[in-house]
Ligand binder design. Structure first.
Ligand code: F6R
Length: 259
């Protein structure tokens, strides 16, 4: 696992955006794994602002998760958020943006279909991840199987409180259920890039990188991934025991190597 400690979210976002551009330059039909929430927003902004001239027209994108039961036109559905924050701002067609069907009547069939679509697309090349304060990735809350696949999950009270800011600060408006890629689904991506900003994420980052692999901290499963990159700002890195070592390793890395 590579840990990159940056001064600000913008610096980290720029690195990640460049890594995505490099991927797409080499593979125009790359499959991107997109996250929602606040954390990836600076990456989307950096890609939109980029002058690199990379086209996303042949890419496809898969969301990590979707709320169950929000009105189809709800602005906080993750499909709406991803379109608004990223895909509609670059040339990635809505037809190539896939999100779990949070309105499906047959939930198991919708989840199986989502897994099948990811496989049919050739798998995810680069998966962006935020991390919950409880160590969730996607919405794999603590006790999620580390080999789980897309399925319905119940959000914890903590996660619903954390996400209430997107729902007029009213926890009651945050859906209780989501469809989410499983930890096992996420681990099948070629490259996973977990981002975290701010002191509130410091305990989750330390548990992800340096804690035991445990289903109580689903993000710790990334320790099993052969190409996992963790990009954090100084505050989110504050509880890492080996921070000095990670800085040394990154400083000595050849610039051509990328993330
Ligand atoms: C979002 C997702 C979640 C978030 C996590 C952190 O698609 O899957 O795991 O990444 O809840 O959220 P923020 O970035 O808002 O702190």
């Amino acid at each position: 696992m590579e840990v990159v400690i940056v001064a600000t979210p913008q610096v980290g976002a720029q690195l990640v955006a460049e890594s995505i551009e490099e991927l797409v330059r080499g593979k125009p039909g790359a499959v991107l794994g997109l996250a929602t929430g606040s954390t990836p927003l600076p990456v989307y902004d950096a890609l939109v602002a980029s002058q690199a001239g990379v086209s996303f027209a042949q890419c496809s994108a898969f969301a990590l998760d979707e709320y169950v039961g929000l009105a189809p036109d709800h602005p906080e559905s993750y499909r709406a958020v991803l379109r608004r924050e990223f895909t509609d701002r670059v040339n990635l067609s809505p037809d190539r943006l896939f999100t779990p069907d949070g309105w499906a009547e047959d939930v198991p069939a919708a989840c199986a279909d989502y897994e099948q679509r990811i496989q049919a697309a050739g798998g995810v090349d680069l998966q962006l991840l935020g991390v919950g304060t409880d160590g969730h990735i996607g919405f794999n809350e603590p006790t999620s199987s580390l080999s789980s696949v897309t399925r319905i999950k119940t959000l914890t009270d903590q996660t619903r409180r954390d996400n209430a800011r997107f729902f007029d600060d009213d926890v009651a408006l945050v859906p209780q259920h989501v469809l989410t890629q499983g930890v096992g689904t996420i681990l099948r991506a070629q490259h996973v890039v977990l981002l975290a900003w701010g002191a509130g994420k410091a305990p989750a980052v330390a548990a992800t990188v340096e804690g035991p692999i445990t289903l109580l901290v689903p993000s710790s499963a990334l320790q099993l991934h052969p190409h996992a990159t963790v990009v954090v700002d100084e505050e989110a890195a504050a509880q890492l025991q080996l921070a000095a070592y990670y800085r040394e390793v990154y400083a000595g890395k050849p610039s051509w190597q990328g993330l």
